[in-house]
Design a protein around this ligand. Structure first.
Ligand code: NDP
Length: 486
């Protein structure tokens, strides 16, 4: 298994060139250099992938769950054996620090395969008795061929989060990773072949969202789409797929509040808030980009938070002591910088950061931004309501629980929220009224893969994770048997 200059699609278990024979540049965001090329796939590649999936489907859906699980466990083992190489590849492709890729991204990809391989063995049918009149049992059959489309921020982590439950449930998959970060999905194709995954069960088509992604969404034989990405793209996908009666799971953007009450465990809150603000350069849909602090501790929070943010080491993602790596692309870096400029126009004061730092040597042409903290913004302004998806947070004081809930809920998003308090009553009370699919109390990004994952409002539709994912990737069929004697 290795990185190649020319990445290939995997169709029917074979690594192939795109039908067009055209390739796109793959840029290392830490250096700004083109370091490999991505298949510019189109509807012809997607059609071939669907044919391969159709061929594989009858056998795969009838393969016992235990055997499907064993094949997936082999994939997990092989990723794990090559963890360092995968982590290095993810760091080069995405710009994230090598430490983060090694401790979070790749271990989680391994865990995704292991978790769903195991969970499918205990996914059971329900039965409903109607006294002595009838018995109902509800079987859950695979949908058939499903499409999985994932973003660039946690490339292998989110790609495997989708394809693992889909495959475990007996479907065949046509998947597209983000064109911006394709390398670890390419390594995964090589691993799947080595692990003996039957050809056609997983097909990976690389390329642009508007071409390869669109071809997956519109293909009539792909019956369900699981998508993670931006809200605007999700809206477009929903508009396209809904009239075709496809099943849809949409995991979209967020603008998450981090609510800090004065009675919190201050040190624990501070350490976690640094992480929840700036992990992966703030490019995690769960990052808490709006920090609300109860007035009695506002000044203390501001002082200590800024001191700590100034210490964050921004630099070469390949360096062991780097904490904040490169932003994923020049286009995205420029978008974040525009939001920082907008913050000033909207009345914000930049307390620290806000600039493009100078990074020496091989990274001087890379895309970096200093971690940035902004104060004084109205809670309803654009910077406080639109997703920036970068190392930029705002801090806002509040007086009462009512006030902070009103401010926290004042966006169109509803993905995640953190609440910091030592009061059990307040934690429950606030959690109940926050509009978010995921609420963390005194923690952040503490994930149990069995729990439902997803957002309210414009942050998405449906839930993934645990049996929710299997419910999405299967069709329920109820069989009712009459028990009455004639
Ligand atoms: P995009 O919406 O731009 O892209 C996501 C994926 O969709 C990519 O593979 C993209 O391909 C593809 N795509 C783009 N257009 C289409 C189309 N018309 N039809 C089908 N596929 C298409 O998101 P980003 O990659 O920029 O990711 C960042 C976003 O993802 C943020 O908004 C973030 O909040 C969200 N996100 C949500 C998560 C959640 O769980 N709720 C988790 C992580 C991220 P290409 O790359 O080629 O454009």
């Amino acid at each position: 298994m290795k990185r190649e200059k020319y990445i290939k699609n995997m169709i029917g278990g074979v690594l192939t060139d795109p039908a067009s024979n055209q390739y796109l540049d793959n840029i290392n965001p830490a250096t700004g250099e083109v370091y490999s090329f991505i298949p510019d796939s189109d509807k012809n590649d997607v059609a071939s992938a669907v044919k391969a999936a159709q061929k594989a489907l009858p056998d795969w859906m009838n393969t016992p769950a235990d055997l499907r699980g064993k094949i997936m466990e082999r994939v997990a083992d092989l990723i794990n054996q090559n963890l360092a190489y995968f982590a290095e590849s993810e760091s080069i492709d995405n710009g994230k620090s090598i430490e983060l890729a090694r401790s979070v991204d790749i271990p989680r990809a391994v865990q995704n395969f292991r978790f769903f391989a195991s969970a499918i063995r205990s996914f059971s049918s329900e039965a409903h008795m109607m006294e002595n009149r009838a018995v109902n049992y509800t079987v859950r059959q695979p949908i058939g061929i499903v499409g999985c489309i994932s973003p660039w921020n946690l490339p292998l982590y989110l790609f495997t989060w989708k394809i693992s439950p889909a495959i475990a449930a007996g479907n065949c998959v046509v998947a597209k990773p983000s064109e911006i970060t394709p390398m670890t999905a390419f390594l995964l194709s090589q691993i799947c072949i080595e692990a003996g995954m039957p050809p056609g069960v997983l097909n990976i088509v690389h390329g642009l969202g508007s071409k390869a992604g669109e071809a997956i969404v519109t293909h009539p034989d792909i019956k369900a789409i699981s998508f993670t990405g931006g809200t605007a793209t999700g809206k477009h996908i929903a508009a396209t797929a809904a009239p075709m009666f496809k099943k849809l799971s949409l995991e979209l953007g967020g603008k998450n509040p981090n609510i800090i009450f004065a009675d919190c465990d201050f040190d624990k809150m501070m350490t976690t808030s640094i992480r929840s603000s700036f992990s992966n350069q703030g490019q995690i849909c769960l990052c808490g980009s709006r920090i609300f602090i109860e007035k009695p501790i506002y000044e203390r929070f501001k002082k200590e938070f800024i001191e700590k943010v100034r210490l964050i080491k921004v630099g070469d993602p390949a360096s062991e002591n780097t904490q904040l790596g490169a932003i994923v692309s020049k286009q995205h870096r420029d978008k974040i910088i525009d939001y920082i400029k907008l913050a000033k126009k909207e009345g914000g004061k930049i307390l620290c950061g806000g600039h493009i730092p100078e990074i020496n040597k091989r990274c001087e042409k890379g895309y970096f931004i200093e971690p940035t903290v902004i104060e004084g913004l109205p809670y309803s302004c654009r910077v406080n309501t639109e997703e920036i998806f970068g190392p930029v947070v705002s801090i806002t004081p509040f007086d009462t629980e009512e006030e902070v809930i009103r401010m926290a809920n004042a966006t169109d998003y509803g993905l995640a929220c953190s609440i910091w308090t030592e009061s059990l009553t307040r934690a429950h009370h606030t959690a109940a009224r926050i509009q978010a699919g995921i609420v963390w109390v005194n923690c952040w990004m503490l994930r149990d893969l069995r729990t439902p994952f997803g957002g309210m409002k414009n942050s998405g539709m449906g839930r993934e994770g645990g049996f929710e994912a299997f419910r999405f990737f299967t069709e329920a069929k109820n069989v009712c048997i009459n028990l009455e004697k004639s």
